[in-house]
Ligand binder design. Structure first.
Ligand code: TLP
Length: 345
C-alpha cells in the first residue's frame, strides 16, 4: 500500500510521540474556574511571545478571530479587511452573523498586504448616516496569497494609519510563527503595534487542536466572556494546552525546514510544465493549472497517493508540515511526474 503524502493543509498533521507524552503527563483542572495550571501557563507564555499583556486559549483560529471581532466592535460598526482574507472568505460570515459587524473588503495586494491609500479612503468620516469604521484586520502569513510573509515595515504602515484614524487592529496570525521564521524577526515585533493577535497551534506548530488570542488584559477579560457565550469554555483543556506548550518549546525553529520543502516542491512542480506555482516564502505552495482540468489533476494526484486541495477555479494548494520530510517532497514530485507523463499532451 503506497503511503499517502497529505499536503492538503498543515492542519492535517498528527502529534509526534514526544507531544503525545506531554499531553499524557499534563496537569489539569477546570479552566472555566481558572483552575487549569497548564492552560494558565500556556496563556502566559503566548502573551510573552506576542508581546501582549494577556492571552486566551480557544478551540480554533475561527473562534479566535470571531471572539476578537466581537470584543473589538459594537453591532453595526464596520471592519476593514482584505478581500482574500480568511475572515472574509472562510469563517461562515461569523463577523457579520454573530459579531454583527459590517465587513468592508479591500483588494489584497499580491504580497498579502493592503494599499495604504485604499485603506485610508475606506475609513468613513463621522456622519449621521454611515457606520463607524472601528477595526482593521490584517493576516500574516497570508493564506490565499500563497503564505506570503508581510514585512514588518508594511505592518507598521498599516497599524500607524489605523491608529491615526482611531481604528484598532487585529492580526489574524494563524501562521505568524511561519512569518517570524521567514522574516527573521520575533512574533512580538510583527505584532508590536497590533492591538490584538491570534495564532494557531493546530497548523505549522503541529498540535491536534487549539488557537490563542493575545491582547491587553482588559480586552482579554471581555474576550473570555465572549468565548463562554460561543460555547468555547473548555474544562480540562490542559491536555490541549500541554501540546501547545510543547510546540512553542520545540516546533518553531523547525518551520524553516517546512519552508525549504515548500520551495523545493514549487520548483519541482514548475519544472513539469502544466503548473505555474508561486515562489513560496513559507510553507504554502499555490499553483495555477495551465493545462488540463483542476479536478482531473487532483483526482490523478489522489490516485497516485498525493493529496492537494482546490484553491480557486484553476488553482491548487499544497502545504508542507511537520509530518512531511524532504524525502516525502521528492517522492510526491516523482508521483506527480508519473501522473503528468501519463496524461497525453
Ligand atoms: N485555514 C484552513 C482552511 O480553513 C482554509 C487551511 O487549511 O489553511 N486564519 C487563517 C489565515 C487560516 O488559514 C485558518 C485556517 C484560520 C484562520 C482558521 O483556523 P481554524 O481552522 O482553526 O478555525
Amino acid at each position: 500500500m503506497t503511503r499517502v503524502i497529505d499536503l492538503r493543509s498543515d492542519t492535517v498533521s498528527k502529534p509526534t510521540e514526544a507531544m503525545r507524552r506531554a499531553i499524557a503527563a499534563a496537569e489539569v483542572g477546570d479552566d472555566v474556574f481558572g483552575d487549569d495550571p497548564t492552560v494558565n501557563r500556556l496563556e502566559e507564555m503566548a502573551a510573552g511571545l506576542s508581546g501582549k499583556e494577556a492571552a486566551l486559549f480557544v478551540a480554533s483560529g475561527t473562534m479566535a478571530n470571531l471572539v476578537a471581532v466581537m470584543t473589538h466592535v459594537r453591532p453595526g460598526e464596520e471592519i476593514l479587511l482584505g478581500d482574500q482574507s480568511h475572515i472574509f472568505n472562510y469563517e461562515v460570515a461569523g463577523a457579520a452573523r454573530i459579531a454583527l459587524a459590517q465587513p468592508h473588503a479591500l483588494r489584497n495586494l499580491p504580497g498579502g498586504g493592503l494599499d495604504v491609500a485604499e485603506v485610508e479612503a475606506a475609513i468613513r468620516p463621522p456622519n449621521l448616516h454611515t457606520p463607524r469604521t472601528t477595526l482593521l484586520c490584517v493576516e500574516n502569513t497570508h493564506n490565499r496569497c500563497g503564505g506570503a510573509a508581510i514585512p514588518v515595515s508594511h505592518m507598521d504602515e498599516l497599524t500607524a494609519l489605523a491608529h491615526r484614524n482611531g481604528l484598532r487592529v487585529h492580526l489574524d496570525g494563524a501562521r505568524v510563527f511561519n512569518a517570524g521564521v521567514a522574516l527573521g524577526v520575533p512574533v512580538a515585533r510583527i505584532a508590536r503595534d497590533c492591538d490584538t493577535v491570534s495564532f494557531c497551534f493546530s497548523k505549522g506548530l503541529g498540535c491536534p487542536v487549539g488557537s490563542i488570542l493575545c491582547g491587553p488584559a482588559g480586552f482579554i477579560a471581555e474576550a473570555r466572556r465572549h468565548r463562554k457565550l460561543l460555547g468555547g469554555g473548555m474544562r480540562q483543556a490542559g491536555f490541549l494546552a500541554a501540546a501547545a506548550i510543547h510546540a512553542l518549546e520545540h516546533n518553531i525553529e523547525r518551520l524553516a525546514g517546512d519552508h525549504a520543502n515548500a520551495r523545493r516542491l514549487a520548483e519541482g512542480l514548475r519544472a513539469l510544465g502544466p503548473f505555474a506555482p508561486n515562489t513560496p516564502e513559507t510553507n504554502i505552495v499555490v499553483a495555477d493549472v495551465l493545462e488540463g482540468s483542476l479536478e482531473g489533476w487532483l483526482k490523478s494526484f489522489r490516485e497516485a497517493g498525493v493529496l492537494a486541495v482546490a484553491f480557486g477555479p484553476q488553482r491548487l494548494r499544497m502545504v508542507t508540515h511537520i509530518n512531511i520530510t524532504a524525502g516525502d517532497v521528492e517522492e510526491a514530485l516523482r508521483r506527480i511526474e508519473r501522473v503528468a507523463a501519463a496524461i497525453p499532451a
